[in-house]
Design a protein around this ligand. Structure first.
Ligand SMILES: [Cu+2]
Length: 140
């Protein structure tokens, strides 16, 4: 199936270029107004935060996350574990810009980020190209 391989290569290329552009856009504008109201993000891969709300998300090779909405409470640390199907392309990188979360699961491994949302609201999470998308809903 040669056509399929060419298509896959194009998808990968598009993901790489898109991801680079995305980063360029974000790194040049570090002061997002949304972020001022929200607490300190802290990426951790080991230690477990006490009393944290544990949530998980997986990017599937269908082009979707295993959930569209993740609900959490405001003011309590969130421990988000991310993993991805190895063939989910750019879905293997999860971004939650409001909390500066950037997790990668290239071979299906899990990565965890801990952050504390203080302001209720709906915050987007997505892959670098925003093809995979979902919302983190923070409630009081
Ligand atoms: Cu994508």
């Amino acid at each position: 199936m040669k056509t399929k391989h060419v298509f896959m290569a194009l998808v990968l290329l598009a993901a790489t270029v898109g991801g680079a552009l995305f980063y360029a856009a974000f790194s040049s504008a570090p002061t997002d107004t949304q972020e001022t109201a929200i607490a300190t993000p802290l990426i951790s891969t080991g230690s477990k935060e006490k009393g944290a709300q544990k949530v998980s998300l997986r990017a599937l090779n269908t082009g979707l996350y295993d959930k569209e909405v993740v609900n959490v409470k405001a003011g309590v640390p969130v421990e988000m574990t991310f993993s991805a199907d190895p063939d989910s392309y750019c879905g293997r990188e999860l971004l939650i810009p409001a909390f500066r979360v950037d997790l990668k699961s290239l071979q299906g491994e899990t990565q965890t980020a801990t952050f504390t949302p203080t302001a209720p609201g709906a915050y987007e999470f997505h892959c670098p190209m925003k093809m995979f998308r979902g919302k983190l809903v923070v409630e009081n």
